[in-house]
Design a protein around this ligand. Sequence first.
Ligand code: DAK
Length: 255
Amino acid sequence: MEEFVLLELMGPIAVIKINRPKALNALSREIVDLIDDKLELIKKNKEIKALIITGDNNFAAGADIVDMVDKNAKEAKAFLFSDTFSKLESIEMPTIAAICGYALGGGLELALACDLRIASEDAQMGLPEINLGIMPGAGGTVRLPRLIGEAKAKELIYLGGRLSSQEAYQFGIVNKVVKTEELMTEALKMAGKLAEKSVIALKAAKKSINSGIECTKAEAINNEAELWAALFDSQDQKEGMKAFLEKRKPNYLGK
Ligand code: DAK
C-alpha cells in the first residue's frame, strides 16, 4: 500500500514528507491524520532537535477538494485541520517547511504553522480558497496577517492569486529561496545549524515568540524575562558562555 506520509530520521533531524504525487499532495483527512501521528512520534523522541516538513515534487496543493465538495457546515467543521496545524506550531523544536512546487490553500497553511520556510525557485504559493467560494480555514486568515501584515494578507486572501517564491520572499512569507535541486540540502543545512544550538535555549525562544504574539506586550516582556532567567539554571548556558570565554566551540547537552 502507498504510504502517503513518510517520516525519516537523520540523526537529530526529523523529515516528514507528504507523498501523494497523483493529487499534487492534496491534503485528505487521511494525510492530515498521518501527519498528526508522525508529530506524536516526534514529540516523544527526545533526540530530535529540528523538524523539516516537505512534499514529493509539490508541498501540497491544498485540502482535498474531492473530500470537501459535498460537505455541509457540520461536516466541514468535523473535517478539521487546525488541531494538527496547531500541534505543529506548538511542537517544542524548531520546524522548517521546505516548499517545492505548489503550496496552496491548506498546503500553505501547513507551511505557515512552521517556524521557518525555505522555498525552491519553482515554488508557487497562495490561498486560492476564495476561487472555490470559501475562505482559508486552517489558520490562513490568522497566521498570515500576523506574519506579513493585514494589507498584504488581505490582498492574497481576497484575490486568491498565486505568488512565485521570489514574490513570497518579498512578501516575507519565506525566509529563503534556493535552487530547486538544492532545496533539501539547504533545508537540512539549516536544520543542522539549529541542531547544533542549545535545544533548551531554542525551545525557550520559540515559546517566548509564539506566546508573545498572543498576549499583551507587557505580559510578553514578563514572560520573556522568566524564560530567559530560567536558562541560567541550565548546563547549556554555562557551557555556552564558558566556551566563548575559552575560545572554543560549545558542546550543548540540552540540559
Ligand atoms: N484537491 C484534490 N485534487 C487536487 C487538488 C486539490 N486541492 N489539487 C490538484 N488536484 C488533483 C487534480 O484534480 C488532478 O487530478 P486528476 O484530474 O489527474 O485525477 C491532479 O491533482 C493534477 O492536477 P491538475 O491536472 O489540476 O494539475 P495542473 O498542473 O494543471 O494544476 C494546480 C495544478 C495546483 C494549479 C491545480 O491543480 C489547482 O488549482 N488545484 C487546486 C488548488 C486549490 O484550490 N487549493 C485550495 C483547496 S481549498 C479546513 C480548513 C481549511 C481547509 C480545509 C479544511 N477546516 C477548518 C476543516 C483548506 C482548504 C483548501 O485548501
